[in-house]
Ligand binder design. Structure first.
Ligand code: PLP
Length: 426
């Protein structure tokens, strides 16, 4: 077999980038060798439109078992009554919920994108904002935490049919119970997108939203440390018909509506190789070793946030309950944009991303903030002492972001430290 040098040389370059650097993007992680093997296996060759036992293709006996294993493990992990493991991504999982619960033009409510929300929760450039009528709630300007009073007022005034909790850049625990009460007052469906903290929830370190929400979605590749993908889960309300009808006027259970929304609604054949890798990752997440990992992710984030604050950085909401934090650069470096800060850190092999902060005065292309997270660096074995060293190095770069010699010195230190933290990567 000839090696495709163009592609495999680039894969090797990416491998080196990952091994040498400090990965602090809050939504990324490093999967295990077994997760990666499942993804790169022969299962990728199989078409399996439909669900286990009800496929549109022959030869699905084995992938049926794989998919059932993924379903059973996921149910056990979160105490779910029903799951669908086929969404190709988190945005696809959310799209399926919209298709199952709303009609085009219906109103729904999510956290403001510029306050930490996700594109698929109502951004005007996303299907959610283009096809549906989005309204939003915000974080409180003083506390940086979700303003539940405002959420309730807006919900009562706007009467959305769906309320979404969950975020891409929010470091605090959610009051799901309070949002469910608001949803019940107006007869809305309450969905939680737990994509970011899913791993900490699986480990029992944060509240399980399945106890409060009608529907829960998540990605599988962030704190959960699985392959890139999405899933949908239902708790006690799984067979509640809620009076929703399909386009033939028949009343369907929410689980049936969601299954049909995933396929044939928004997807064709499921990625059974990725579903195999999801099954492996869910199996890993059920082990005591994973719980220890998740605890360390949370501890590392708390230590990192405190170290930033000790150096005079402003952390939105004053700390973190989960795996991530949002640094508002404006008080310490009024002239420094998130864009330039990200560029300088990446040049020092410290990978992070620029992020809007609540009530940001800069555009999403510049931003005044940086988002940091500890899932990936913790997978490499980092403990609290390395968090202190990392904040020290970040500070050195940000104090002098255009000084190449300064950046080079930090990069050499980063590369030498990371040799002590081996990882599986291919
Ligand atoms: C809260 C939340 N939901 C959904 C997604 C979308 O996931 P994906 O990139 O897999 O579509 C993200 C991605 O970062 C996210 O943060």
């Amino acid at each position: 077999m000839n090696r495709d040098n163009a592609v495999f040389d680039l894969i090797e370059k990416e491998h080196l980038r990952q091994v040498r650097g400090i990965e602090l993007i809050a939504s990324e992680n490093f999967v295990s060798e077994e997760v990666m093997r499942a993804m790169g296996s022969c299962v990728t060759n199989k078409y399996a439109e439909g669900l286990p036992g009800h496929r549109y293709y022959g030869g699905c006996e084995v992938v049926d078992q794989i998919e059932r294993l993924a379903q059973d493990r996921l149910k056990e992990l979160y105490g779910a009554e029903w799951v669908n493991v086929q969404p190709h991504s988190g945005a696809q999982a959310n799209a399926a919920v919209f298709l199952a619960c709303l009609k085009s033009g219906d109103k729904f409510m999510g956290l403001n994108l510029s306050h930490g929300g996700h594109l698929s929760h109502g951004s005007q450039v996303n299907f959610s904002g283009l096809m549906f009528n989005a309204c939003c709630y915000n974080v409180n300007q003083e506390t940086g935490m979700v303003d539940y009073e405002e959420l309730e007022k807006t919900a009562l005034a706007e009467q959305p049919k769906l309320i979404i909790a969950g975020a891409s850049a929010y470091s605090r625990e959610w009051d799901y119970e309070r949002i469910r009460k608001v949803a019940d007052q107006i007869g809305a469906i309450f969905m939680v997108d737990m994509a970011h903290p899913a791993g900490l929830i699986a480990a029992g370190l944060l509240k399980n939203p399945l106890k409060y929400a009608h529907i829960v979605t998540t990605t599988t590749h962030k704190t959960l440390r699985g392959p890139r993908g999405g899933v949908i889960l239902l708790g006690k309300d799984f067979d509640n018909p809620w009076g929703y009808t399909n386009n033939k006027g028949e009343v369907k259970k929410m689980s049936q509506l969601l299954d049909s929304a995933v396929f044939p609604g928004i997807q064709g054949g499921p990625l059974e190789h990725v579903i195999a890798a999801k099954a492996v990752a869910f199996g890993e997440a059920l082990t005591p070793a994973y719980k220890e990992y998740a605890k360390q992710v949370q501890k590392n984030a708390a230590v990192m946030a405190k170290a930033f604050m000790d150096k005079g950085y402003n952390i939105v909401s004053g700390g973190t309950d989960n795996h991530c934090m949002l640094v508002d650069l404006r008080n310490k470096f009024p002239e420094l944009t998130g864009k330039l800060a990200e560029k300088a850190l990446v040049a020092a092999d410290i990978t992070t991303n620029k992020n809007m902060v609540p009530f940001d005065t800069r555009s999403p292309f510049l931003t005044s903030g940086l988002r940091f997270g500890t899932p990936a660096i913790t997978t490499r074995g980092a403990k609290e002492d390395l968090m202190l060293e990392i904040v020290e190095m970040i500070d050195t770069v940000l104090c002098n972001p255009e000084n190449d010699a300064n950046i080079k010195a930090v990069r050499e230190k980063v590369n030498s430290i990371m040799m002590e933290y081996p990882m599986f990567a291919w």
